[in-house]
Design a protein around this ligand. Structure first.
Ligand code: NAP
Length: 311
């Protein structure tokens, strides 16, 4: 099968298209023919070696944490059969930038009617991050005030829609060029971070989700209501220190580490089928265009998501 691999850590030019043996399917796994694969910032962080503590020294590596495709082969006991359309967030091992992958059945979810392969591939990792982040400190309740920083990005664009689907009033933070886009996602109010500091508006929130991790708990704590929580996607030492003393304070700090879950993806798929959550795909690339796709994701300027179109 064709796969986009790296043989060592480094720049975008390390991504190479090659032929590899088909993946083996272990018990409890389903072989999927990949039609589209999501591209996430974690992919470039793995590629450049920033995460080698977790990803080790074994090469070649196939990057990619999101897939959408069709079941090629499944066990007789499986809930899936060949031809079923499925999507999944993969484990940290990756494997999405390829034509086939063997996926744990517990990570898979059927693609809702009317959702394209590219849209499906754009969804799992970013949407699961937002959903699981909003559970920190308790589920969102109807009318809760939620602020999403980085609302135009992959995680943020899902976070705005998911918080609305959960009944929150959402304030989104995005640059001037992305104001209309973020309103189109359903935000009640949008703050242009180029003109206004969202920590100085006098508003208070039940949850502040720093989807792009550009702020900090000390800055955001002043805009949290009593009992409110700040959740970030990228931790620093300060965050862990603040989180360790949450029990002493009314306002909490937390870090979300998204995990694959077919069950959580079913919640998102249900919102997608009801038109409450819709991925926005800015651009798609072919596998040979891997380096260009990585330059774009590394720029931190993507609106919504980018994906590989594989089949
Ligand atoms: N811990 C986890 O499990 C987990 C899971 C997913 C992602 N992450 C991390 O979360 C971060 C965000 O991921 P992502 O997929 O959302 O990234 P992304 O899609 O690449 O984010 C790009 C977006 O961020 C906006 N942006 C850039 N600087 C900003 C700022 N200072 N304030 C507000 N918005 C800003 C950009 O809009 P403008 O160009 O208009 O500013 C762009 O739309 C990454 O670091 C990623 O690695 C962690």
């Amino acid at each position: 099968m064709r796969a986009l691999i790296i043989n060592r850590y480094g720049g975008p030019e390390e991504l190479q298209l090659t032929n590899l043996a088909m993946p083996r399917t272990a018990p409890g796994e389903v072989l999927v023919r990949i039609h589209a694969a999501g591209i996430n910032p974690v992919d470039y962080k793995i590629r450049n070696g920033s995460m080698k503590f977790f990803t080790g020294k074994k090469f070649p590596k196939i990057l990619g944490g999101d897939i959408a495709g069709e079941v090629e082969q499944a066990d007789k006991k499986s809930d899936y059969k060949p031809g079923d359309k499925v999507f999944a967030m993969l484990s940290m091992k990756g494997g999405g930038y390829a034509e086939f992958i063997s996926v744990k059945e517990s990570q898979l979810c059927p693609i809702p009617e009317g959702v394209s392969m590219k849209e499906a591939a754009a969804t799992p990792l970013a949407a699961l991050t937002a959903l699981q982040a909003f559970r920190k400190g308790g589920e969102i309740r109807q009318g809760d005030q939620v602020l999403v920083n980085g609302a135009s990005g992959g995680v943020g664009s899902f976070a705005v829609q998911i918080a609305k689907a959960m009944g929150a009033r959402v304030t989104a933070v995005a640059s001037l060029r992305n104001q209309d886009f973020v309103y189109s996602l359903g935000a009640d109010k949008v703050i242009d971070y180029g003109r206004e500091d969202f920590t100085q508006t006098g508003e208070r929130y039940d949850k502040v989700f720093d989807a792009v991790a550009k702020s900090s708990f000390p800055r955001c704590s002043r805009i949290l209501k009593k009992g409110g929580i700040y959740v970030t996607t990228v931790p620093n030492r300060g965050l862990f220190w603040h989180a360790s003393i949450n029990f002493l304070r009314g306002k909490k700090a937390a870090f979300i580490m998204a995990r694959p879950s077919g069950d959580d993806l079913r919640i998102i798929a249900d919102w997608m089928s009801r038109g409450l959550v819709r991925p926005y795909v800015q651009q798609s690339f072919l596998l040979p265009e891997g380096p260009r796709a990585h330059e774009l994701i590394e720029s931190e300027r993507v609106r919504g998501k980018i994906v590989f179109h594989i089949l």
